[in-house]
Design a protein around this ligand. Structure first.
Ligand code: NAD
Ligand code: UDP
Length: 319
């Protein structure tokens, strides 16, 4: 049985990755310090003989007994309100956390895949973004704590590959949504759905002309799985190129939820990227991957999930 360590296992992406690797017949070790995650996302795995959980901060030394074949490093706050609230922890997990896991991978001769992000492109001047683009990031702006930690993560991962011959992968994840996102994590999908469900107006930041391209969780997990199984070490964008403005997106959610909420406008946060769309030529060529789930279909599923939450859960506000 192959063994895989998944950091950030109690979070949104990490918990879905645990499910996928369990389904593929792996022994899964989940690790998380629960700073933004929730054990309820993985409690269904606790009874399984092929799953174990370690409550641990990966920014401190990581030790595991026995063999290990793969590491997926997904631990990191990922929502702007989270990483603005805990900036130092965000910098540490992207830098020290990555360093610790690269060391563990060396020790175990394991293959490691690190979760990078479209944020390494910052507020991009090239559109759509391909992997050759170096990005436009302010190191000292508020989002720098996340963006620069992830850029460092990529740099040190490539250094371990080039200098030590470690088997590495880098995925650049574009905005992904699905079940188990925290309703109050401030990201736009849970924010708008929570507002619609509570009968509140939807808060669009800026004039809503900024764009994003949303990827459904199942497509994202498939892309990550294929990348890990490939032998491709350069970064790969995984995202759905179907781009929308945030204003159109809010209108789409109002229509989907059948509510008669209005849109209200709030100031655009500093350094909020004005456009974002992945160029997925590389993922198509190297992994034979492209997204399958259309936004309307994915949003319907995730709305079903948010609707099933308890009234107490729904009242937890995001701002
Ligand atoms: P999330 O907040 O739901 O999950 C992150 C998990 O990491 C949480 O369970 C948290 O408790 C854990 N964690 C944070 N710091 C830790 C530490 N020091 N030690 C151990 N555990 C720690 O976020 P997510 O959306 O699931 O994101 C997961 C990963 O994917 C992150 O690395 C993020 O940067 C990356 N990513 C996500 C998206 C997206 O759209 N969801 C986009 C780009 C990149
Ligand atoms: N956004 C918004 N209203 C909200 C939350 C977010 O208009 O209540 C906007 C935000 O300013 C950004 C986009 O939606 O332009 C996506 O935000 P999110 O935090 O989900 O992700 P990121 O900015 O990291 O892409």
């Amino acid at each position: 049985m192959k063994k895989i360590l998944i950091t950030g296992a109690a979070g949104f992406l990490g918990s879905h990755l645990c499910d996928r690797f369990i389904a593929e017949g792996y022994y899964v070790i989940g690790m998380d310090n629960l700073i933004t995650g929730d054990l309820r996302n993985i409690e269904h795995l606790f009874p399984l003989a092929s799953f174990e959980f370690h409550h641990h901060d990966v920014s401190t030394f990581v030790h595991l007994p026995g063999t290990l074949d793969y590491i997926l490093h997904f631990a990191s706050p990922a929502s702007p309100i989270d990483y603005l609230k805990i900036p130092i922890e965000t910098l540490k997990v992207g830098s020290l956390g990555t360093l610790n896991l690269l060391g563990l991978a060396m020790d175990k001769k394991a293959t490691i895949l690190v979760a990078s992000t479209s944020e390494v492109y910052g507020d991009p001047l090239v559109h759509p973004q391909n992997e050759e683009y170096y990005g436009n990031v302010s190191p000292v702006g508020p989002r720098g704590v996340y963006d620069e930690a992830k850029r460092f993560m990529e740099a040190i991962t490539m250094a371990y590959h080039r200098h030590h011959g470690l088997d590495t992968r880098i995925v650049r994840i574009f905005n992904t949504y699905g079940s188990r996102m925290r309703l109050n994590d401030g990201r736009v999908v849970p924010a708008f759905m929570g507002q619609a469900l509570r009968g509140e107006d939807l808060t669009v930041f800026g004039d809503g002309s900024q764009t994003r391209s949303f990827t459904y969780i199942d497509d994202q997990v498939e892309g990550i799985y294929r990348l890990l199984m490939s032998d491709y070490v350069e970064p790969v964008n995984i995202g759905n190129p179907d781009e929308t403005t945030i204003k159109e997106f809010a209108e789409e959610i109002i229509k989907l939820t059948g509510t008669d909420q209005k849109i209200i406008y709030r100031p655009l946060p500093k350094d909020d990227p004005l456009q974002r769309q992945p160029d997925i030529t590389r993922a198509k060529k190297v992994l034979g991957w492209e997204p399958k789930v259309k936004r309307a279909e994915g949003l319907k599923k995730v709305y079903g999930y948010f609707k099933s939450l308890s009234p107490e859960e729904l009242q937890k506000k995001e701002h």
